[in-house]
Design a protein around this ligand. Structure first.
Ligand SMILES: C[S@@+](CC[C@H](N)C(=O)[O-])C[C@H]1O[C@@H](n2cnc3c(N)ncnc32)[C@H](O)[C@@H]1O
Length: 246
């Protein structure tokens, strides 16, 4: 989705977003799982890309505690206003909210991070390869990046037809994506993550409509191994932790 369209859409949705997402409250256990899969621990510094109204924040805060640090990045100021409200309500003193695009995250925030995650944002980012590269470059060696996102509206299995109709209705009604887009074809998630990260795992969920993908920035000693497996992983001197080299 083009940047102006994103801001336009999410500025309208921002005041209603949390209420609208309460329908999906049972899926909050997946938010907790995403945080767990990112291997976030007490005192860690964590980046949430496309944080929106901060729905992942409680689960991240639960893990990092007051000694940790959380940076939320989003392109829509109205979504960040809602996130700021959540931060006030949570009385978290360790959160910074940054306005900007996921593709530029390495220019907007200082790494390194112990972990990063992105929930339902990268599927609508035009240059998601660039966004993943930028996020990966901000990680400490061994730090994990986890993406949970929309794969397609076309659900598989016996409930495929009704679920597909429902997903199309939801996307058309709320405008949170493109019902015609097959994000999995347009954005080969696993291959893109594996360009910049190692030990990448990819799983589909919710009858194939959603996916989760996680990987870790290789430790300097792993780089040679990763390259022999055919992945293009930047060498540490080429791309030191904390900054993506252009
Ligand atoms: C579906 S919402 C998800 C919000 C949040 N991650 C959640 O789980 O509730 C998508 C968010 O991605 C943000 N977004 C879209 N394109 C972006 C981009 N290129 N860079 C940063 N944020 C972007 C939107 O402003 C919106 O807040």
């Amino acid at each position: 989705m083009e940047p102006e369209a994103v801001q336009d859409r999410y500025t309208k949705l921002a005041p209603h977003y949390d209420r609208m997402m309460s329908f999906w409250a049972p899926l909050d256990r997946w938010r907790r799982r995403a945080v767990a899969e990112t291997n976030i621990r007490k005192g860690d510094t964590v980046l949430d890309i496309g944080c929106g109204t901060g729905k992942n924040f409680p689960f991240i805060e639960e893990r990092i505690g007051p000694a940790g640090k959380l940076i939320g990045l989003d392109y829509t100021p109205a979504m960040l206003e809602q996130a700021a409200r959540r931060v006030d309500e949570g009385r978290w003193k360790n959160v910074d909210l940054i306005e900007g695009q996921a593709e530029d995250v390495d220019r907007l925030v200082e790494g390194p991070f112990d972990g990063a995650l992105s929930w339902c944002c990268l599927s609508i980012v035009p240059d998601c390869d660039r966004a993943i590269a930028a996020a990966a470059s901000l990680l400490r060696p061994g730090g994990r990046f986890t993406v949970y996102d929309m794969r397609t509206t076309r659900a598989k299995g016996p409930l495929g037809w009704p679920l597909t109709r429902f997903a199309e209705w939801w996307v058309n009604h709320y405008g949170t994506g493109d019902p015609e887009a097959d994000y999995a074809v347009a954005k080969p998630w696993k291959a893109t993550m594996a360009k910049y990260l190692t030990g990448v795992t990819y799983r589909e969920m919710a009858f194939g409509t959603l996916f989760r993908c996680t990987g870790q920035r290789p430790a300097a000693s792993d780089v040679a191994v990763v390259e022999t497996e055919g992945n293009r992983t930047p060498r540490p001197e080429e791309n030191p932790p904390g900054r993506l080299q252009a």
